[in-house]
Write a protein that binds this ligand. Structure first.
Ligand SMILES: Nc1ncnc2c1ncn2[C@@H]1O[C@H](COP(=O)(O)O)[C@@H](O)[C@H]1O
Length: 195
């Protein structure tokens, strides 16, 4: 496809979680993105599922860009194996740069930071600040409560039913990778200065 996606940001946990399925999903994602020729944009750390995704992408010969705020370099163990590492002055500038560099977003199991990143990128799309695809991978059923929260907001009249179309909810990594391969580069890529 001439206008195919080239870069994908992955949001996921800085811990491993307590189900081996999460780690397997992270490995399959890093490897699959690399094999498909997507540049991986991620949080720049070596901890938890973040580190697993980056290591798997590097092992498969992929291009990896890490973006980490200065104050997290030690806590999230900045990944020494990632050549294209950017250290930002704040969490906010990390988010802006990840947003600017990515043409699509893939969400894997994670905790509160992952929830924050996921809701933020969905709400930026709701505000029509961009039209980049967002895929939530429900590995091991971890995303059920996140999706239920959105459905509750719709049922309670706090979000429009069209909010469900702001993201795609897919059952596994293979489905996400197959979907990414069919998606064109977004037209409305947004302006990071507005965020
Ligand atoms: N408030 C936050 N905004 C963006 N990113 C955040 C925030 N808090 C934590 N993070 C990052 O998210 C990933 C994953 O965190 P988990 O809590 O393990 O899901 C990590 O890089 C945090 O720095």
């Amino acid at each position: 496809m001439p206008n195919a996606l080239s870069s994908v940001a992955v949001f996921c946990g800085s811990r491993f979680g307590n189900n081996p399925v999460y780690r397997e999903a992270a490995e399959a994602t890093g490897r699959g993105l690399a094999e498909a020729g997507f540049r991986l944009i991620y949080g720049g750390g070596k901890v938890g599922l973040m580190g697993v995704v980056a290591d798997a992408a590097l092992a498969a010969g992929g291009v990896v860009s890490g973006i980490i705020p200065h104050f997290l370099q030690t806590r999230e163990v900045m990944h020494a194996g990632v050549e294209d590492l950017t250290v930002t002055d704040s969490m906010h500038s990390r988010k802006q740069k990840m947003f600017a560099e990515a043409e699509a977003f893939l969400v894997l199991p994670g905790g509160l930071g992952t929830f924050d990143e996921t809701f933020e990128i969905i709400t930026w799309r709701q505000l029509r600040l961009h039209d980049k695809p967002i895929l939530i991978v429900d590995a091991g059923g971890w995303a059920r409560s996140l999706i239920a929260t959105i459905d509750t907001a719709i049922a309670d009249g706090f979000a429009d039913a069209s909010a469900r179309a702001l993201f795609e909810h897919v059952p596994d990594v293979a489905t996400a990778l197959a979907r990414l391969a069919t998606l064109p580069r977004p037209v409305h890529t947004g302006d990071a200065a507005l965020l």
